[in-house]
Design a protein around this ligand. Sequence first.
Ligand SMILES: [Fe+2]
Length: 258
Amino acid sequence: MGYLTSPALSETGYVVLDRHDQSADPAEWRDLEYVGWRSSGITRFAPLASHAGDIECNGFWNHTPPRADKDGVWIPSQVAKAPTLQARALEPGANVGRCRVIELQPNTYADAIYNLHQDDNNRLNTEGTGWVVRAWLNLTDDPDSLLILRSDRFDPSTEIRLPLYAGSRIVVDTQRFWHAVWHQGPEPRYSLICSWTSGPELDAYLTAGNADPHPASVPLPAALVAEAQAEMHRRIEERRQAFEAHGIVMEPTESLYS
Ligand SMILES: [Fe+2]
C-alpha cells in the first residue's frame, strides 16, 4: 500500500529551499529551556512540541500510548517564548510531530562522520498516510558548517554536503539518508528541527520555496575524507570491542542514535 510521499523529494530524497530572512526574526532560541538529549555530537534540545506537551525529547513511540511521529503537543511555556519559531513550524500547514531547537557544540568532520545515523520517524506510521520527513531551519549563521548526507553510511562517494547559513531551509527524508552535522563553531549552532507529514500542504510549501533537489554540494579535500573514514572505522571497532567486553554483540552497521 505504501505511504503518501512528496514528489519534490522523489528524485534525490532531499531539497534545499530559498533562504528565510532570519535576520528579521528575534533570536527566540536564546530564551528557551534546553534539556540534555544525546544526538549526533554534544547536543542539547529545546522541545517546542512533544508527545504530551512535556519538556522532553523522546520518540513518540517510546511513550504510553505509543504513536507515530505526528500530532506533536505544543509546550505552552516554550511556545510562549518562541511564537515565531512555532509559526515557522506551522507555516506549511503540514502535521507537525516532534519539533525542537537543537544546540550543537563545535565538532570535527571525523566526529560528524562517526555520528552519521538514520532517523526512525516512520515507526508506527500507518500505511496509506503521509510519510514523515525532517526539516532543518538553521537559525545561527554557520556558513562553514555542513549538513552531511550519505545514502550509504560507509561510502563517502555518496556524500552530499550542504552549508548551514542563517535561514537555510533543508528538507530531508532522514529515514533514507544517514546524516549528521559538521559544525565548525566557534559558537554553538542552533537549528529548528521539525517532523513534517508529507501531503498536499507540504508539497505546496516546497513548491513555493523553490525546493531544489540538486543543490551544490561543498567539496572537501580527499585526504580529509580519507582520514575521517579511517577514524570512523577505528571508533566503530573500538566501540564494538568495548561492548564485547560486556558481553554485548553489536552489528557494525548498527546506528548509535535514532
Ligand atoms: Fe537525525
